[in-house]
Design a binder for this molecule. Structure first.
Ligand SMILES: CCCCCCCCCCCC(=O)SCCNC(=O)CCNC(=O)[C@H](O)C(C)(C)COP(=O)(O)OP(=O)(O)OC[C@H]1O[C@@H](n2cnc3c(N)ncnc32)[C@H](O)[C@@H]1OP(=O)(O)O
Length: 189
């Protein structure tokens, strides 16, 4: 990829912008001016486009003990994933903010599912098991607070012919708030 530092700076600015758009209380004239300016920034960026948002490929993920998931995607939470044998984990040291709110002050359950699904499927990929999620059982045990450190955890439980079972959980400030079991099915590509 081109210069990682420059792209990281852009993505960080983009994440801050998305947050500011969500919370702004400025008047209509300022909203209109902001929209016009953003359209010109968009045109600048679209001068050269990738077909997809750059991300790690399946082949690169096999055996890679640490990687940044969705580092270049301002829409999804960025996770620093680590893999060690049958275990995987990912940290969000500052937790997530109101952009991801479900019940007031709490993380939306669907976002918890995204975090867990991302880690369990990536753990299987680390082991060279190319997969899609076929089934996911989720239990929301406790509310997950916003702005609270989060850890996502996964354990590779069983590997069958095509089926792979991985358990996952979300830990918020030391408490397990969400537990999951995923049935992954191995696919050709
Ligand atoms: C970092 C790198 C980034 C690069 C790559 C990043 C990819 C990461 C993926 C991210 C995770 C996702 O979001 S994945 C997206 C969401 N998921 C999907 O779109 C999947 C849609 N579903 C399908 O395509 C299909 O249903 C499949 C492929 C899952 C299965 O279809 P199939 O190939 O015809 O196989 P089938 O015979 O039905 O099933 C195979 C075996 O699995 C079992 N099985 C199938 N479904 C289930 C189920 N829900 N619960 C229990 N078991 C099941 C069957 O009983 C059978 O067992 P047995 O007879 O063998 O015992």
């Amino acid at each position: 990829m081109e210069n990682d530092d420059a792209r990281a700076r852009l993505v960080e600015a983009g994440r801050a912008l998305v947050d500011a758009i969500g919370r702004t209380g400025v008047d209509d004239a300022a909203l209109t001016e902001a929209a016009d300016r953003l359209r010109s920034v968009e045109a600048l960026l679209r001068a050269i486009e990738h077909e997809r948002v750059p991300r790690i490929t399946y082949d690169d993920a096999v055996g890679m003990e640490a990687y940044s998931w969705q580092r270049w995607n301002v829409v999804l939470p960025h996770l620093e994933m680590r893999f060690d044998g049958i275990k995987g984990s990912a940290e969000l040291p500052e937790g997530l903010n109101e952009l991801y709110e479900g019940p007031t002050g709490l993380l939306h359950g669907g976002i918890s599912v995204v975090l867990i699904d991302a880690l369990v499927t990536s753990l299987a990929q680390f082991h060279g098991l190319r997969n899609v999620t076929a089934g996911l059982t989720i239990n929301f045990r406790k509310p997950t607070l916003l702005h609270t450190p989060l850890t996502v955890e996964a354990v590779l439980e069983e590997v069958h012919d095509r089926k792979v079972i991985v358990s996952g959980s979300l830990v918020s400030d030391g408490k397990t708030t969400v537990e999951a079991t995923a049935v992954l099915v191995r696919v050709e590509r």
